[in-house]
Design a protein around this ligand. Structure first.
Ligand code: RFL
Ligand code: PHB
Length: 389
């Protein structure tokens, strides 16, 4: 089989890329290790920057998002009982949209299928070959039979545990990593959200986040031990932990109920450079991870897809490879800013096991500065709604 762009991974990055290329007349094949149902069962991000929303519209996958997405003009940062509202619209003229990654992925699959997109699911043993030549190809197995896909380019959209990054020789790759000494325990519950905006809450017993999917579906997180397991947490224990971490006013109003999903995510900052090796490009979590504080994971994946789709379209329509040559540099410039913001939000709002009294005072001083300084609020707002592409 032959295609123009072989895309490894059928998560949001791979699907969005495939759909944007298709709309520009460029063929691709998406190879996904799991089933579609499995991909759609993952509960992940919930906050979309305007740049991602615009790309979904351009991909023909924006109709449901335009109908059901919830516009958020601001967010609340709380430290103890003190609450600071950061107004996105006032400081940036724009907003974010709350709409789950699961729904984004579903909309992209629907759009891809409506255009007879070419996918293979349950692929095993994907191996990427010869991307340092002009004739790259990918081999894989499905149900025990071997396949070969010849292509012009390979897009590695296969997440943090994929094979694409490891295809770049070790002596070429530089990796930067920070593991945080805690995780996030998250639950989804069919209850009304405690507030109409997200609340990022820091308390003396740790961090919590109040988020949502719709008016009767809430997503909440509490900071937990890195070694913890969701099995150690009854729903009641979760709600008690959440109430202790959010301002009293919200704890009193919180509507609790049974969880319909409960999982723990570790927190990590990670970047692998470069994001291109010959005819192989890395996109999204395959190249970088952010801790979820600040909601930059999916959004940064989307900015990579923007740079890569533009570069490939420029190559195929104008025979101009300059943007392909510059893909890694352009994508990484924005990636590092998202890394900085996510690291900063994480450092500001969590309790660290080795934190001294001085460190806590530094957090408090930083929060007081944010409260009293509209320029500091503007900086947070600019980063949260998303830096320009
Ligand atoms: P994905 O979503 O991981 O998709 C990669 C796809 O590649 C497939 N794959 C392979 N396919 C073929 N061959 C192989 N060898 C393969 N290896 C892997 C996988 O099955 C999968 O379908 O990466 P992508 O597309 O780059 O999208 C990135 C986002 O998913 C990610 O940044 C965010 O979800 C990160 N993230 C969060 N981001 C936020 O902004 N807010 C959040 O609340 C949030 N929560 C999370 C998260 C990531 C989590 N992970 C990775 C464990 C919670 C979790 C638990
Ligand atoms: C979510 O709704 O899952 C969510 C929202 C904001 C974050 C992280 C996760 O910063």
């Amino acid at each position: 089989m032959r295609t123009q762009v072989a895309i490894i991974g059928g998560g949001p990055s791979g699907l969005l890329l495939s759909q944007l290329l298709h709309r520009a007349g460029i063929e691709s094949v998406v190879l996904e290790r799991k089933t579609k149902d499995y991909v759609l069962s993952r509960i992940r991000a919930g906050v979309l920057e305007v740049g991602l929303v615009d790309q979904l519209r351009a991909a023909g996958a924006g109709a449901r998002l335009d109908r059901d997405g919830i516009i958020h003009d601001g967010t609340v940062i709380s430290y103890g009982d003190e609450q600071i509202r950061v107004d996105f619209t006032e400081h940036t003229g724009t907003h974010v949209t709350v709409y789950g990654q699961t729904e984004v992925t579903r909309d992209l699959y629907d759009a891809r299928e409506a255009m007879n997109g070419n996918f293979a699911f349950n692929v095993e043993g994907v191996a990427i070959h010869d991307t340092d030549t002009n004739t790259p190809f990918v081999t894989y197995h499905v149900d025990g039979s071997e396949h070969r896909l010849d292509c012009d380019y390979v897009a590695g959209c296969d997440g943090f545990h994929g094979v694409s990054r490891a295809t770049i020789p070790e002596n070429v790759r530089r990796e930067y990593e920070k593991i945080y000494p805690f995780g996030w325990l998250g639950i989804l519950s069919e209850t009304p959200p405690v507030h109409d905006e997200l609340i990022y809450a820091s308390s003396d017993v740790g961090f919590a986040l109040c988020s949502m999917r719709n008016e009767n579906l809430s997503r909440y997180y509490v900071q937990c031990e890195i070694t913890d397991s969701p099995d150690n947490w009854s729903d009641d224990a979760f709600w008690e932990a959440l109430k202790r971490r959010i301002p009293e006013e919200h704890a009193t109003n919180l509507v609790t109920g049974p969880s319909i999903e409960k999982s723990i995510a570790p927190l990590r900052s990670f970047v692998s450079e470069p994001m291109r090796w010959g005819r192989l490009f890395l996109c999204g979590d395959a190249a970088h991870i952010v801790p979820p504080t600040g909601a930059k994971g999916l959004n940064t994946a989307a900015s990579d897809v923007h740079y890569l789709s533009q570069a490939l379209i420029q190559f195929y329509t104008a025979n101009d490879s300059e943007c392909i040559e510059r893909y890694s540099e352009k994508a990484l410039a924005r990636v590092w800013k998202a890394e900085r913001f996510s690291w900063w939000m994480t450092s500001l709002l969590h309790r660290f096991p080795d934190q001294s009294a001085f460190d806590i005072r530094m957090q408090q001083a930083e929060v007081a500065f944010l409260r009293d300084n509209t320029s500091a609020q503007a900086v947070l707002a600019q980063n949260y709604v998303g830096l320009p592409y």
